[in-house]
Design a protein around this ligand. Sequence first.
Ligand SMILES: [Zn+2]
Length: 124
Amino acid sequence: MKVGAVAMKKSKRVMRRSILSCLYSHLQDAYGLEYPEESFVQGPVSMQDIDALLAFKSDPRLDELRGALDRLERGTFGQCLACKEPMDPALLEADPTHRLCPACEQFYSHVMTREIRLPMSPLR
Ligand SMILES: [Zn+2]
């Protein structure tokens, strides 16, 4: 567990780039962002700039990515929201907005599915 935490700390800069890169692609795909990608991903763009850009949009994907950056700044990035265990870095590389480890994700999605289905049951 400690090893994972140290590894996440070391790769904070790398993860930040990765999240910003996802954010950039999404902004460009969805909204045609006109901004040089390197400046955006490398860091000259500040959190205030990002917030200002995102303030115009109501978009769950943007919220997720902004949340990932927030967690990175607060040092809770890479930690499962539910069990607080460090998550698989490969999972975060694939999608930095992952907030639950696979076990918790399965457990909670199961709970949610049942909650949503119950009221629709014909037997109630
Ligand atoms: Zn978990």
